[in-house]
Design a protein. Structure first.
Length: 338
């Protein structure tokens, strides 16, 4: 997999007086990465730690040439068919969904060609209610795991598919960390079970303010490759903000800003060391605008991995047709029994 140099900047984010109207860098189909309400006052359980009560900016620890190997972990999921069946006995209509998810990683060291590893695909049929009705296999290699969830919400099967994808990403991240690799998960650390591994969470979308209003307002002043002071979140995570790349004079103030998370268990000094290393590496992998509608926040290895995993899921039309073929096979079998 070939990665491209991050684009050069024309604006460092430090002076916001160059334009009266700003335009979101993300493509409109992806919405905005900044969803914080104007009256958000921050969280009471978040506290600045690294520089006392003062918010400071720190450069990432950059190295010349290559860098230590880092594994970027991500997953994709796809709903492929909505399903319905009548529950035996009660005659109640039960909802379900057929879908698939995939996860994998990209390993990069800045000196050699990046490569994919540990890719896997799971296909599932997920039913609401208490009965897990399997679908028969279909020629062409189509088969599905089956699961049931105790919920009657119409969106529950696809939500379960998303949950399973995220859990598989976390299992892979922990496995790669056990091999001694620096690991970055695309998303927060919510699904990583072990709090002892130095796995880094990478958050692209900001839903609410974490710091007090005065400090929150200073975050857009970050320059390219700079991170904020480390702060504590609840009792499990340390975090900081990082500007992943330069932006243009009309980019929104929060364009190019991401948030990093690491577990607290190794202590503050170890967390700072990990965040400095990661902050020094990631700017080289910032997304390229003409290649990715979520650039620069969506990192090049992650974007490449997403495309690779979607390819492994196969054609969506063929997947839906396979589900219909399985349903027809079940109908023929039931008719023959009657």
């Amino acid at each position: 997999m070939l990665l491209h140099p991050a684009p050069k900047h024309v604006y460092d984010g430090a002076d916001m007086t160059g334009a009266s109207v700003f335009v979101e860098d993300w493509a409109a189909t992806y919405g905005s990465p900044y969803l914080v309400a104007g009256d958000d006052e921050g969280r009471s359980d978040v506290h600045l730690l690294e520089d006392g009560e003062r918010l400071a900016f720190h450069p990432g620890r950059r190295s010349l040439g290559g860098h230590e190997p880092i594994a970027f972990v991500d997953g994709v999921r796809r709903g492929e068919a909505a399903l319905y069946r009548y529950a035996s006995g009660s005659g109640e209509l039960v909802r379900g969904a057929a879908g698939s998810h995939a996860r994998g990683a990209v390993l990069a060291d800045g000196a050699h060609r990046a490569g994919f590893l540990e890719e896997s695909v799971d296909r599932l049929v997920i039913w609401t209610g208490d009965e897990a009705e399997p679908l028969p296999d279909v020629p062409g290699g189509w088969s599905w795991q089956v699961a049931a969830i105790r919920s009657d919400a119409p969106e529950a099967p696809l939500a379960e598919l998303q949950e399973r994808m995220r859990r598989e990403e976390a299992v892979l991240a922990e496995s790669l960390s056990d091999r001694g690799l620096l690991v970055l998960c695309d998303g927060p650390l919510s699904y990583v079970r072990s709090t002892d591994r130095p796995i880094v969470g990478y958050v692209k979308t900001h839903h609410r303010a974490l710091l007090e209003p005065a400090d929150h307002a200073r975050i857009p002043l970050l320059g390219p490759g700079e991170r904020t002071s480390v702060f504590g979140m609840d009792r499990t995570r340390y975090s900081c903000y990082l500007r992943i790349a330069p932006t243009s004079a009309v980019s929104g103030p929060w364009a190019g800003i991401v948030r990093l998370e690491v577990p607290q268990s190794a202590g503050l000094d170890a967390a700072i060391d990990t965040l400095d290393r990661v902050a020094g590496i990631l700017p080289a992998y910032a997304g390229i605008p003409h290649q990715d509608g979520r650039a620069p926040q969506n990192l090049q290895p992650v974007g490449a991995l997403e495309r690779r995993l979607r390819h492994l899921l196969g054609d969506a039309g063929l997947a839906a047709r396979a589900v219909r073929q399985a349903a027809w096979a079940m109908a023929r079998h039931q008719a023959a029994e009657e």
